[in-house]
Design a protein around this ligand. Structure first.
Ligand SMILES: Cc1ncc(COP(=O)(O)O)c(C=O)c1O
Length: 403
């Protein structure tokens, strides 16, 4: 490997919730481990890898210049995105007119909702559901209607198209949030699945906010299909949202972007995002994106996906062999495992709280999956050096699933 995915980074005191909020009062934070165990951060969705060096180079280079006045995004910024989308996702014909800055993907989700739905309106989402959607959508006054994903006979999470159609109709819904790849289930939707979903959205006159923040983290030979690519109609009814933040560990710099081809949709989203003057880019975040999307970034992400693929395969095999009664669908993208511990807990007479705590006690800082709508679920972040993932699973085997 050209890049370093094995060094264990010390993030303490370096602005990292993942390690510094463990043992704090923060909602959902894992408890501190017992003496003798260090924390293995497996909850917050960021990575314990150093980002590609070109990010730091670009930010430092810009920071050497001692003025940080008002600015507009450079042509290089737009061209970096256009090149990235073309090379990684096969997107043709993207121009800067269709790209817009967003202060976070969730910020765009809410801007788009306010453009196409009124507070009190219902919005369709799949469940399990990323907790950030739940909070930002409900806190903004919208009601979420869930269409549950269902596991097929091979434990692959699938959309229930009839249920989606029925709920859109029954609830007069005209905006849906689609998560592709899906967090927390790790599905990388296939072309036919997206086509079918988009037909249902079309038939119900539904604007689609397609959150593709995970689209670069695709594992084990799977392929991301941009929602907008599946048909001309999908291209024109979709607000797609991307970011280098998940891919390159840049969430603390903030800097996402939308791609919207329909002039009507774009004008409405831009109007909401821009009028408050609350949605402006930070100059260092612009340079971070440009640094990330340099040639080195392409190689770095390829290596990252190999590392994550290995971690996921290891964890999945380990669970099949050692944690009988824990069920997990193998993620095709993202770096999240979504464990269903219902059988295991019931067979042992243990609550999910007790199981979570048993992991936290030995430093496995995993996350309560109930807030993602998995009643017996635990979410585990595998974006750590392999040695840490191994250590976590060995501790779970020795101290937790032995109970
Ligand atoms: C599906 C999904 N969307 C959005 C976000 C957050 O994006 P942002 O920090 O750009 O708002 C996350 C973070 O985990 C996520 O998993």
């Amino acid at each position: 490997m050209k890049y370093d995915f094995t060094t264990i980074m010390n993030r303490h005191g370096m602005d990292a919730i993942a390690v510094d909020a463990v043992g704090s009062e923060m909602g959902g934070a894992p408890h501190a481990p017992k003496d003798g165990f260090d924390v293995i951060p497996m909850w917050v969705a960021d990575m314990n890898f150093a980002t590609v060096p070109t990010v730091q180079e670009a930010v430092i280079e810009r920071a050497k210049h001692p003025a940080f006045g008002y600015f507009i995004p450079t042509e290089e910024y737009y061209q970096s995105i256009i090149r990235w989308q073309e090379t990684r996702n096969g997107v043709k014909g993207l121009t800067r007119e269709s790209i817009g800055y967003e202060n976070g993907v969730l910020g765009c989700v809410v801007s788009a909702l306010t453009a196409f739905a009124a507070p009190g309106d219902k919005i369709l989402l799949h469940s399990p559901t990323y907790i950030g959607f739940t909070y930002s959508i409900e806190n903004s006054g919208y009601k979420i209607i869930h269409s549950p994903l269902k596991q097929d006979e091979n434990h692959v999470w699938r959309m229930d198209y009839d249920d989606m159609d029925r709920k859109l109709k029954e609830n007069h819904i005209h905006v849906a949030v689609f998560c592709s790849p899906h967090n927390p289930c790790g599905r990388v939707w296939e072309q036919w699945e997206i086509e079918k979903a988009m037909e249902i959205y079309r038939d119900n006159d539904c604007v689609v906010i397609s959150d593709e923040i995970w689209s670069d983290i695709i594992l084990n030979g799977n392929k991301h299909i941009p929602t907008q690519s599946v048909s001309e109609d999908a291209r024109n009814r979709t607000i797609a949202v991307y970011a280098p933040s998940k891919t390159f560990n840049l969430a603390g710099l903030v800097g996402s972007y939308h791609i919207i081809y329909s002039k009507y949709l774009k004008d409405r989203v831009d109007a909401n995002g821009s009028k408050s003057h609350y949605n402006n880019m930070n100059v260092l975040s612009m340079h971070a994106l440009i640094g990330a999307y340099r040639q080195e970034g392409y190689e770095w992400v390829d290596e990252l996906c190999q590392v994550l693929g290995k971690n996921v395969n290891y964890a999945w095999d380990y669970i099949q062999e050692n944690f009988k009664g824990v069920q997990v669908s193998k993620p095709e993208g993202t770096y999240m495992l979504f464990l269903d511990c219902s059988q295991w807990c019931k067979s042992k007479g243990i609550t999910i709280d007790e199981l979570l705590k048993a992991g936290w006690d030995v430093g496995v800082a995993w996350q309560d999956g109930r807030s993602f709508h998995g009643p017996w679920a635990i979410r585990m972040n595998l974006a750590l050096p392999f040695s840490r993932v191994q250590e976590a699973f060995e501790r779970l085997q020795k101290y937790v699933f032995k109970i």
